[in-house]
Design a protein around this ligand. Structure first.
Ligand SMILES: NC(=O)c1ccc[n+]([C@@H]2O[C@H](COP(=O)([O-])OP(=O)(O)OC[C@H]3O[C@@H](n4cnc5c(N)ncnc54)[C@H](OP(=O)(O)O)[C@@H]3O)[C@@H](O)[C@H]2O)c1
Length: 273
């Protein structure tokens, strides 16, 4: 399997999307690498590079049309584009909305845009990049966790709906991974910590310190790419895969919800902001 399959990946400007697009090219896929700014794809070998903002219907429509014009088919869609903005629920309603617009509705836009083609082909594979954050929700991370929990729910429903047409839908849930993701979160924290008038200012300082302390030894994006490739190439892909989980994260995942929350609350309380 592999030769001549056409794979469209969102969010290839950095991190997991960039790594995955490169590996797909190496494995002989015809890769449609996409990013909001097409110039951010200059380091990639992919044959087709397109600008695609997943929050914009017209941009999604134009990118899928261009991919079909160039390759005539789309066998694989990887919904990878996503970001997180930390913040207290009370403080950041606009951030929560923005994350949903990309992390959930962006993926839905792409699924809707490629499904008619995959149905006509009688086959297709859709991989949604969720997060283990979708399985728990911590102070300051509620919005991001909610988007990934919602993406998991949608993935399971889409699998049932699209399966009869030969389209297999898969959820890949990474643990913490060393990409542009955490530095961007760090930047977002900088902005929050300056908001000294917020009743959550102290929590923001602690959250930022914890974010910096936790991510020194995260695995690189290849840990996720390997799992996505497995999900794409398996004849009968599982509904769900974890990716890049450290032994510590595996323990946390296995812990009862109450214990897990208590652990993170204690870590947040201990850290000096
Ligand atoms: N790194 C982790 O610890 C981790 C853990 C679990 C899950 N994930 C998930 O993995 C996926 C990839 O993240 P990453 O770790 O590789 O982080 P990253 O290096 O920050 O990459 C995120 C990508 O998403 C793109 N993106 C954001 N908004 C977009 C939009 N509206 N339209 C199109 N592209 C957009 C970014 O493009 P720009 O350069 O234009 O912003 C970038 O290419 C995300 O869904 C993330 O939630 C990451």
């Amino acid at each position: 399997m592999g030769e001549s399959r056409v794979a469209l990946v969102t969010g290839c400007s950095s991190g997991i999307g960039q790594d995955l697009a490169g590996r797909l090219v190496q494995r002989g896929y015809e890769v449609v690498a996409t990013a909001r700014r097409v110039e951010d794809l200059s380091g990639l070998q992919a044959g087709t590079k397109l600008s695609l903002d997943v929050t914009d219907d017209a941009s999604v429509g134009a990118a899928v049309e261009a991919a079909l014009a160039a390759h005539g088919r789309i066998d694989v869609l990887v919904n990878n584009a996503g970001f997180s903005l930390p913040g207290a629920i009370e403080d950041r309603p606009e951030a929560i909305r923005a994350m949903f617009e990309t992390n959930l509705f962006g993926a839905l836009r792409l699924i809707r845009a490629v499904s008619p083609t995959m149905r006509r082909q009688g086959q297709g594979r859709i991989v949604n990049i969720g997060s283990i954050s979708g399985r728990w929700s911590l102070a300051l991370w509620g919005g991001y966790s909610a988007t990934k929990a919602a993406l998991a729910s949608i993935t399971y429903a889409a699998r049932g709906e699209l399966g009869p047409f030969g389209i297999k839908v898969v959820l890949v849930e990474p643990g913490p991974i060393r990409t542009g993701f955490h530095p961007k979160t760090e930047l977002a924290f900088e902005g929050l910590a300056e908001n000294m008038s917020s009743p959550y200012a102290d929590l923001y300082r602690r959250g930022r310190a914890l974010n910096a302390a936790l991510h020194g030894k995260d695995p690189g994006p290849e840990a996720v790419s390997r799992v996505v490739l497995r999900a794409i190439e398996a004849r009968r892909p599982a509904l769900h895969y974890f990716a890049g989980l450290s032994p510590g994260i595996r323990l946390v995942l296995a812990a009862p919800v109450g214990l897990r929350e208590a652990f993170f609350e204690a870590a947040l309380a201990r850290v000096k902001g």
